[in-house]
Design a protein around this ligand. Structure first.
Ligand code: SF4
Length: 474
């Protein structure tokens, strides 16, 4: 399963904005490692540098020094398979002269193909395969003169998930879809203003997190400070996987620090699926906190049984199955002295295709574990994602194809327990109706007409349609 992109923005006449953005992106590296980019503006022009790889591979000291100005945006990209190319790195610049904007986006526009065709018919040209360029051209296509009005026009026509940062030569804008699928927050630093996908990016640079950018909100920042406006919203749909897995555990979303919430997920698993065992371990790093919660609730000692090689990257990042399989071995090294003869409770964040978990169980058994009891923070994933998480097609989702006992057999665990949806909501301690839970329930928080759109449904179900290959999410 992969998530899609981290965004960062800063408006501060007193700071080296390119360097701040570099460190902001560094803190958001977990959200995308395929390409990175920074655009800066100095009141007259926009400069940009993008490249393939992690942020530290893309930017040298010299390159950062040449990105001058007092406004910057940055982006870490993860994309759908097959679209890994430099032309799709973000930010991108669209428009010319005084109309030029640089834009970067986290999310997935469901009606991008439709809007793309409409814009092409109007004479707009495209140089990337991203839905980010669709957003940008839609904004520029609006006849209004005020940029906030143009953004509102685009937001009313865009269907899907988007947390966007945008600059002109003089201003910074940030806006978020009315479902609020992907996080976006506002911060301040020494009189300047920042926006970021997660608060951890603000913490690392000494900035103060002020608040969320609300679903449907448009933030505009200039020399007079921050102004806010919004478009009308409907149902909310914050992706619950931000809490389970995507966001860093030291980030705060909706006023909740994620680390203790993940501990609560582990405690919930201990309540729902207790078992006699000698040791608890969380699969590092994403389930470390949940493992701790399971141990505290159950009274079973916790230990590290797998050491993670942090420099290999997340296994789901790899584009094909063969490399994904290799990735698990490259990623974890077991500690046989800790595991030999032990009955283990192993807490993990999720099972998607069911390709990684059997390898983890195999590694643990080979290292001497007597029993392996898998406990999973996410309920069974039975439906694909409409909002840009490239988890799998329905056919590939193991919980859509097998019962829980069959999955237990398949992964070769002694027992398998998933946290219930009620247990998950109790752990995150927020109202259920603000979340998207569609990959567990099939209840998508999108307009009915889109659910009825057979083409979109087929495209998402098969990953072969124009919504998935022609226009990439970000
Ligand atoms: S379907 Fe699942 S992965 Fe996709 S946005 Fe909703 S909760 Fe997140």
């Amino acid at each position: 399963m992969h998530e899609s992109c981290g965004v960062f923005g800063v408006y501060s006449p007193n700071e080296d904005v390119a360097r701040l953005t570099f460190f902001g992106l560094f803190a958001l590296q977990h959200r995308g490692q395929e390409s990175a980019g920074i655009a800066t503006a100095d009141g007259r022009r926009i400069q940009i540098r993008t490249g393939m790889g992690r942020v530290s591979n893309v930017f040298s000291e010299d390159q950062l020094r040449h990105l001058t100005g007092y406004i910057a945006i940055g982006h870490n990209r993860y994309s759908t398979a097959g679209s890994s190319r430099a032309a799709n790195a973000q930010p991108i610049i669209v428009g010319n002269g005084n109309n030029a904007i640089a834009i970067a986006h986290n999310g997935n526009i469901i009606n991008a193909e439709y809007l793309y065709k409409e814009l092409v018919e109007q004479g707009y040209t495209f140089s990337t395969g991203t839905d980010t360029e669709v957003i940008a051209n839609l904004i520029l296509a609006c006849p209004e003169t005020n940029l906030v009005d143009k953004i509102k026009y685009a937001m009313r026509r865009l269907q899907g998930a988007y947390s966007v940062v945008l600059i002109t030569s003089r201003n910074l804008f940030a806006f978020r879809d009315s479902f609020g699928v992907r996080p976006l927050c506002l911060g301040s630093l020494d009189g300047g203003w920042l926006v970021a996908s997660e608060t951890c990016a603000l913490d690392h640079i000494g900035a103060e997190a002020i608040r969320e950018v609300e679903p449907g909100e448009i933030i505009a920042i200039d020399e007079n400070g921050v102004t806010s406006s919004s478009v009308e919203g409907g149902r909310r749909g914050l992706c619950i996987f931000e809490y389970i897995y995507f966001a860093r555990p030291d980030s705060v979303i909706n006023g909740r620090l994620l680390y203790p919430l993940r501990q609560a997920m582990g405690a919930g698993l201990a309540q729902e699926h207790g078992v006699d065992a000698d040791l608890v371990m969380g699969v590092p790093d994403s389930a470390t906190a949940a493992g701790m919660g399971y141990a505290q609730e159950s009274g079973i000692p916790i230990a590290e049984g797998l050491i993670k090689n942090r420099y290999v990257g997340r296994t789901f990042i790899e584009p094909d199955q063969r490399i994904r399989d290799l990735g698990v071995k490259l990623k974890f090294n077991p500690l046989p002295q800790m595991l030999d003869g032990k009955r283990l409770v192993v807490v993990d964040d999720s099972i998607v295709r069911g390709t990684t978990t059997p390898s983890v169980v195999k590694i643990l058994r080979k290292a001497g574990a007597k029993e392996v009891h898998m406990r999973i923070c996410a309920p069974p994933i039975r439906y694909p994602c409409f909002f840009g998480v490239d988890m799998a097609t329905r056919r590939e989702l193991i919980a859509a194809q097998k019962s829980i006992p069959e999955i237990c057999d398949f992964i070769d665990a002694d027992t398998l327990g998933y946290l219930s949806i009620e247990g998950l909501i109790k752990a995150v301690d927020l109202p259920k109706n603000i979340f998207c839970l569609a990959c567990f329930t099939g209840d998508y928080p999108i307009p009915v007409q889109l659910e009825m759109d057979k083409l979109a449904l087929e495209a998402i179900a098969t990953r072969q349609g124009p919504f998935c290959e022609g226009i990439d999410g970000a």
